[in-house]
Design a binder for this molecule. Structure first.
Ligand code: SF4
Ligand code: SF4
Ligand code: SF4
Length: 325
């Protein structure tokens, strides 16, 4: 039996027990979507629906953000968490955005997720292919019978190469992902090497690099929408009056303004999931900017998480009536 099937069976069995025992009212996991290369977030409430749950290296979207708003907010909810998703959940707890008492955390050991952008380097339309994972190799098969084999390392999302903890810590229960037995060693290079390389460049070269990258931006905001920690109820860039961001996509200064502000906003809160990079239609490497800021913060403050932001329940919103700017 394929290892992904074994993992799926364990996951479904565990969630069935949780729902049947009424320990939880709903479970947030992954289901099959229209695209074979991307699983979709799925909420189930009935034990008979557990067969719809799945998990593999195409389970990319972070699920924890679905606990912030809407119907799930006040329910007893179980949730499947990879390492990066657990880091996001921990951040929400620190920022008093969730009630951890209501949440059952079911961790899963993760061996990374694929990047469709990276697959595009090898295939014309990766979405036409089904993937089969077998340890260090991935076989992509098209409907027309074409087969292409990759080294998993070559199509792994860049952030996964430098993941701090693929297996989530301090969870209520942990599903051992059978496929992670074949976990390829996480490379030490990747993003960090690119940053060190960039640091050696002159100021003009760095400026040129970022401007050329950012000028490809369409300001579609897909990076913001995909980011689990970019979740302010009211985003600065959506405010109509005063409008902080012009709607034109031509203006280079506006691209810089958006990206620099977003980079500082997520700087010490970024959980390194790579969702922004996977969402970007222009493959803009702005995560290098985020990681560079994180690296500088670590060097300045020590490796302290959330060095720049603390929130307490009695904090006053600075721009609300009675608050202080
Ligand atoms: S960053 Fe990648 S390897 Fe780390 S937990 Fe998330 S998906 Fe898994
Ligand atoms: S900035 Fe990118 S890598 Fe960081 S948390 Fe947001 S989506 Fe994930
Ligand atoms: S997803 Fe890419 S193109 Fe869209 S706003 Fe973000 S950086 Fe720009």
């Amino acid at each position: 039996m394929p290892k992904t099937q074994l993992t799926k069976d364990k996951l479904q069995q565990k969630v069935k027990e949780l729902l049947e025992s009424e320990k939880i009212e709903a479970f947030v996991g992954y289901g099959e979507g229209d695209l074979s290369l991307k699983k979709i977030p799925l909420v189930i409430t009935r034990p008979e629906d557990v067969s719809k749950l799945t998990f593999d290296q195409t389970s990319t979207p972070l699920l924890s953000r679905y606990l912030l708003d809407g119907e799930l907010k006040d329910k007893k909810v179980g949730i499947l968490l990879k390492g990066c998703d657990k880091r996001a959940l921990d951040l929400f707890e620190k920022e008093n955005r969730i009630n951890k008492e209501n949440i059952y955390t079911l961790g899963i050991s993760c061996n990374g997720v694929i990047s469709i952008n990276k697959m595009s380097e090898y295939l014309n339309d990766p979405t036409e292919y089904e993937l089969n994972f077998d340890g260090e190799k991935v076989k992509a098969s098209s409907k027309t019978g074409e087969e292409v084999e990759f080294d998993y390392q070559d199509i792994l999302s860049p952030h996964c190469h430098i993941c701090q903890s693929p297996t989530p810590e301090d969870v209520d229960d942990l599903i051992e992902n059978e496929a992670s037995e074949a976990l390829v060693p996480i490379k030490e290079d990747g993003i960090m090497d690119s940053i060190i390389e960039l640091e050696k460049a002159s100021k003009e070269e760095k400026y040129q690099y970022f401007i050329e990258s950012l000028n490809r931006c369409r300001r579609c905001f897909a990076c913001r929408e995909a980011c689990p920690v970019c979740n302010c109820p009211k985003c600065l860039f959506d405010i109509e009056n005063p409008r902080f961001l012009d709607k034109s996509t031509e203006e280079s200064a506006q691209h810089q303004y958006y990206h620099i502000l977003r980079a500082f906003h997520v700087a010490d809160r970024c959980v390194g999931c790579g969702e922004c990079e996977r969402a970007c239609p222009e493959e803009i490497p702005f995560y290098l900017l985020h990681e560079k800021i994180k690296k500088d913060i670590d060097e300045m403050f020590g490796e302290k998480e959330d060095a720049l932001s603390y929130a307490y329940p009695d904090d006053v919103e600075p721009f609300e009536e009675g608050g202080e700017a």
